[in-house]
Design a protein around this ligand. Structure first.
Ligand code: MAN
Length: 507
């Protein structure tokens, strides 16, 4: 039998002009020399050449039986002329199933195999041509993406340098405005002092004691959660502290009253806050009597006057009084006399308000610059691949719908899933980094820290990137529960020099 098999092998091989036993690749032909004993490819033993392909497994690595199914771990080589040559496990030889398109694996089984290598080759070539055409177009776009990426990098560096200058300037302006504001507030406090009711003559000790009692009472009232500290939030809930009368007690306004702290305890309140708070509380309570209270004016006149004031005055003081809701015991009283300040005090208050507004604007400008710098710095840190090719994709989002969900992928941002049936968007993950293995680092990206699955892990996405003539999300699925996979085509990966190299390796 072995002689028959051997002769068959050699005659088959003769047609390829390289004499080698059946199932041996051209590249391995030199190991199978009929003039010499055969040495198993793993070097484990030597056998007579006649024992190669004798349908009996002698080598541990199966290398003596490449053309029979005698070894469980051998490999059979199909030439597949007209298509791609390949290796199949040798135990599939003559098993009645056609594995090789040239039918060579079923040489003695009687299986009716048809040689369709040429047809497969034609199809593969057509596809390769299409892919090459796509890669050519993609490569052109890739070059444009690189140019855009480099431009973006330069623009970002220039912008960052400018912002650093702006930051220094904005910080100076803020400090300047803060100084002006502090000075104006000092003047405002002094001016408002004039309006304090004349207190009966008391000695200093009694005065201090009264001050403490009053401050403590106020502290307890404002400390609504009775935590022992008054916080910015607690201050913000009281209209008394709306200094500029715009209807909102800003954090900055609140901090002013807390002596630039987030929260104060009673001791600190007495020391730092009460001095700032007191004039406003008194004003709220109507303690600053107008120099000439319109006592004998009829009520309707008073109201009219008050409306007029509200209408044509941008003065915040009036707004503040207007917003103020009296306490229950005060509701019984007749309409409170309109608090009027002398011209100079009013003008100081207006100037103080203006100074506060300018300071707030300067503070906002500085904050905007800081935020912009932080965003830019994050972008400068990003790895945009060779020649910044992926930079222009930063922030771009791509969507894809299947039967149940709409998936979205924002590059360098986050990936989401929205059920078509409604409900809130589910985060599948945030940009984590490139996860491909060198030298193909830029063919995989990872998004993680998505919404946690019920009784499961936080969602993650692995994105595979492929060369394509457009940036497009072409596939999104969930291979394992809460582990998602996406395929994204991009011209960024259509590098013709790399393409040409891999084609060459393949054929
Ligand atoms: C949602 C979707 C699914 C996911 C389940 C897990 O229905 O996010 O993709 O598998 O939650 O409970």
């Amino acid at each position: 039998m072995s002689a028959v098999v051997l002769s068959l092998e050699m005659s088959h091989v003769a047609s390829t002009h390289v004499p080698r036993p059946r199932g041996v690749a051209i590249s391995d032909a030199s190991f199978y020399n009929p003039e010499r004993d055969f040495e198993c490819l793993d070097g484990s033993r030597k056998i007579r050449f006649e024992l190669v392909n004798d349908d009996y497994c002698d080598c541990g690595d199966g290398s003596d039986e490449p053309g029979t199914a005698a070894c469980s771990n051998g490999r059979f080589y199909c030439q597949n002329a007209g298509y791609k040559s390949q290796h199949i496990p040798s135990n599939r030889v003559n098993d009645g199933i056609c594995d090789c398109c040239d039918t060579s694996d079923e040489y003695a089984s009687g299986a009716k195999c048809i040689d369709n290598c040429h047809e497969l080759g034609r199809e593969a070539r057509a596809e390769a041509e299409k892919a090459a055409e796509e890669a050519k177009i993609g490569n052109q776009i890739r070059l444009e993406m690189c140019a855009e990426g480099k431009k973006l990098k330069e623009e970002r560096a220039t912008k960052l340098a400018k912002l650093k200058g702006d930051y220094t300037e904005a910080k100076m302006i803020k400090e300047e405005k803060e100084n002006i504001k502090n000075q104006m507030e000092e003047r405002e406090r002094a001016a408002l002092d004039k309006y304090k009711p004349v207190e009966p003559e008391t000695n200093d000790e009694v005065k201090e004691e009264t001050r403490q009692i009053e401050a403590e009472e106020y502290f307890r009232m404002v400390d609504s959660d009775e935590s022992g500290t008054v916080t910015v939030t607690e201050i913000q809930t009281r209209v008394t502290f709306d200094r500029d009368g715009n209807g909102v007690v800003t954090e900055e306004e609140a901090m002013y009253f807390l002596g630039n702290r987030d929260e104060v305890n009673l001791e600190e309140f007495l020391e730092r806050s009460w001095g700032n708070i007191k004039p406003f509380v008194m004003r709220e309570q109507g303690a600053f009597l107008p120099p000439t209270p319109p006592q004998d004016q009829p009520e309707d006149h008073l109201e009219e006057h008050s409306d007029d004031e509200d209408d044509d005055s941008s003065d915040n003081e009036e707004d503040l009084d207007h917003d103020y809701e009296p306490h229950a015991e005060e509701v019984q009283k007749d309409p409170e006399p309109e608090v009027k300040y002398d011209e100079e005090t009013q003008s100081i208050m207006n100037e103080a308000n203006e100074a506060r507004i300018h300071y707030q604007q300067a503070e906002k400008d500085l904050m905007d610059i800081t935020n912009e710098m932080r965003d830019l710095e994050a972008k400068v840190e990003h790895d945009y691949g060779p020649d910044e090719v992926f930079a222009s994709l930063d922030g771009q989002c791509f969507k894809l719908a299947d039967l149940e969900y709409v998936y979205s992928l924002c590059l360098y941002g986050k990936a989401t899933q929205s059920a078509k049936s409604g409900g809130s968007e589910v985060s599948l993950g945030h940009w984590s980094g490139w996860s491909g293995v060198e030298p193909d680092k830029y063919t995989q990206m990872k998004y993680d820290r998505g919404h946690t699955c019920w009784n499961g892990p936080a969602r993650t996405v692995d994105v595979e990137l492929r060369c394509g003539k457009e940036n497009k999300l072409i596939s999104a699925y969930e291979p394992n529960r809460c582990e998602y996979a996406m395929i994204f085509t991009t011209p960024a990966l259509c590098d013709l020099s790399v393409e040409a190299q891999s084609k060459h390796d393949e054929l």
